[in-house]
Design a protein around this ligand. Structure first.
Ligand code: DON
Length: 596
């Protein structure tokens, strides 16, 4: 009864909002001021109604699941043990940066498909005093790399950018995490790495998801030396067994004791380069010695009075999300989540933002990114005016001249008001599969994020151009988008971000929209069905049962190609609520939201 009452209220609300939203495009509306705060009881009703409208019958998640709640601080990651590591550091007096670095190193042990020291990432930091900065520790192309290194003599793209020794960029994670800690942390590397070292040295209990994940990666892992650790006796590590990683423990201890030099110049560098040489890889000691993380100014934009702080190039995440959000801002109010109108506007905004992303963006050390143009409200207005409310447009064929995978995101807030959003990756699950003997860790296959052959799709189907072609020392364009949202008063509101290749951008944006535009609770915002469009392939993707048949049919009738894809992205988020924080790890995956 209660349920059906809610459903009919939700239906009424959706109809009213949809009717209102169907008319604005003739002259895109200016950004409107944020709605006044609702009484808590009304806010709950609005949140429920929004979620009920967005969750179609048959959708895998129910509305109204409780989040993890805390008063002081929160860490949300894809590994409960890694979140515990962050909280341990916070309780010992560390700040959010200390906790983020602790969580990052712990993920390298307990979530080795994506957590890493052989990969790279991006960190978005906002300190309680308002200072805001991002750190780019993306991998770099080795000095001996070249534009066409993955194209064979007949002009065909090989799989060498995804598998094996040639697939890796020079890792940035250790240098990046150390740099963040040095500048904005309050503890030593040895202190924040202690939990990770403990997990590697003493081991942790393998659960069924971990064991199945290893079995699923048999083809990636077993050609290389990691098979001894992850497939003892030829079998994937068993549920209930203790996974001890002595080589990794030794590596982590060397880093804790000697800093990043141990990794980039010392014994670990020796192991890494020896491994490369055994397998025909090209990363040299010089490449390692030259690696440097870069501090960068965040992409700062607004959406209906809220402030978004997001990742600049070498990630495309911030620019692409900002461009799409700016386009959507021209439609006020947006149609309700779950409606045809909303799906259409998302698809058309994503299409336009990804067309720019795929052709114009690249490492700022090599490419002049048209950052001001792409993030400007005026440009978004011209794009919004091109959207036909009743018909899908088409993505033009790609002009290259114009210019499974695993990642993991974690969010941290501390008791002082500092916030950190970090996304880190090996790119594919377990990266290139190459495991550094003696070092105890997997290498990334990030070289595939370059346009290995401009105009030809990469492993995520992204078709990209010359701006992202391979050059020695260049960072490959990323979609990672660790994001911090401030409320209209400038107070920290959300910390979020995702894994999932290009779906990172769309899923991060949809979770934010679900909260600030559709007024869902964080738990519902994370469970709501997701949509994705990346210009090419020219298709709107949705999750199975994530749109009602009627909505799918209507979108097809409007000219959209609509395809379904299981589990779009992997998001980990924190939201400020009265009296504390809500934390929600990805309901489609594994993880832990831990607070105190
Ligand atoms: O940087 C990027 O955009 C990709 N390397 C991210 C890969 C990814 O998210 C895979 N995840 N599930």
């Amino acid at each position: 009864m209660r349920e059906s009452l809610h459903r009919s209220r939700a239906a009424l609300l959706s109809t009213l909002l949809f009717v209102a939203a169907c008319h604005p495009a003739a002259s895109p509306a200016p950004a409107h001021p944020p709605a006044p705060a609702l009484e808590p009881r009304d806010a709950t009703r609005v949140a429920e109604a929004a979620a009920l409208a967005a969750f179609p019958g048959g959708w895998r998640f129910p509305v109204g699941v409780k989040p993890t709640e805390s008063e002081h601080a929160m860490v949300v990651s894809n590994s409960k043990l890694a979140s515990d590591a962050g909280i341990e550091i916070l309780k010992a007096g560390g700040n959010a940066v200390d906790a983020a670095v602790a969580t990052g190193f712990a993920l390298a042990v307990t979530y080795p498909s994506a957590g890493n020291i052989g990969g790279g990432g991006f960190m978005n930091i906002r300190m309680a005093d308002g200072r805001s900065m991002t750190l780019d520790y993306r991998e770099m192309a080795p000095g001996a790399s070249s534009r066409d290194m993955y194209v064979d003599a007949s002009g065909k793209l090989t799989n060498k950018s995804t598998v094996g020794y040639l697939a890796s960029g020079v890792p940035g994670s250790v240098a990046g995490m150390n740099e963040a800690l040095k500048k904005y942390g309050s503890m030593t590397l040895a202190q924040v790495m202690a939990p990770a070292i403990r997990y590697a040295e003493k081991g942790f209990m393998v659960d069924s998801v971990f064991s199945r994940g290893i079995e699923g990666a048999r083809r990636a892992i077993t050609p290389f030396e990691g098979k001894a650790v992850f497939f003892p006796g030829g079998e994937a590590v068993k549920t209930g067994s203790l996974l001890v990683q002595p080589d990794l423990a030794r590596t982590l201890k060397l880093i804790a004791a000697n800093g990043p030099k141990a990794f980039y110049e010392g014994a670990i560098a020796d192991s890494l380069v020896a491994e490369e040489q055994r397998g025909g890889g090209i990363i040299t000691k010089d490449d390692l010695r030259r690696y440097k993380p870069e501090w960068r100014t965040p992409i700062k934009s607004t959406y209906r009075g809220y402030t978004l702080l997001a990742m600049p190039p070498s990630s495309s995440g911030g620019i692409t999300m900002t461009e799409a959000m700016n386009i959507l801002e021209n439609f006020a109010p947006l149609p309700p989540a779950g409606s045809v109108g909303y799906a259409h506007l998302l698809a058309e905004s994503y299409r336009r933002a990804f067309m720019d992303r795929n052709s114009k963006l690249g490492d700022p050390a090599f490419v002049k990114n048209p950052l001001n143009e792409l993030t400007s409200k005026a440009y978004a207005k011209t794009l919004a005016a091109q959207i036909d409310l009743h018909h899908a447009s088409k993505t033009p064929a790609f002009d290259t001249r114009a210019e499974g995978t695993q990642t993991t995101h974690y969010s941290v807030v501390d008791n002082f008001g500092n916030a950190v959003a970090t996304t880190t990756t090996l790119n594919g699950g377990f990266g290139s599969g190459v495991w550094v003997r003696g070092g105890g860790f997997f290498m990334n296959n990030e070289m595939d994020d370059f346009a290995a052959q401009p105009g030809t799709p990469n492993m995520f189907g992204l078709v990209q151009g010359e701006a992202n072609a391979i050059r020695p020392g260049k960072r490959m364009l990323s979609a990672m988008d660790p994001t911090i949202v401030l409320d209209p008063q400038g107070k920290l509101l959300m910390v979020t971000g995702a894994a999932g290749g290009p779906t990172i951008i769309t899923a991060t944006m949809e979770v934010i929209l679900n909260v600030i535009e559709h007024h869902m609770t964080l738990a519902d915002a994370m469970r709501a069905p997701r949509l994705h469009h990346q210009a090419l392939p020219d298709a709107l993707r949705f999750e199975p049962n994530g749109m009602s048949a009627a909505v799918v049919d209507s979108l097809k009738a409007m000219g959209h190609t609509v395809t379904s894809q299981n589990g779009l992205a992997n998001v980990n988020s924190i939201l400020r609520v009265p009296g504390g924080w809500h934390g929600v790890y990805e309901p489609r995956s594994v993880g832990g939201a831990v607070g105190y």
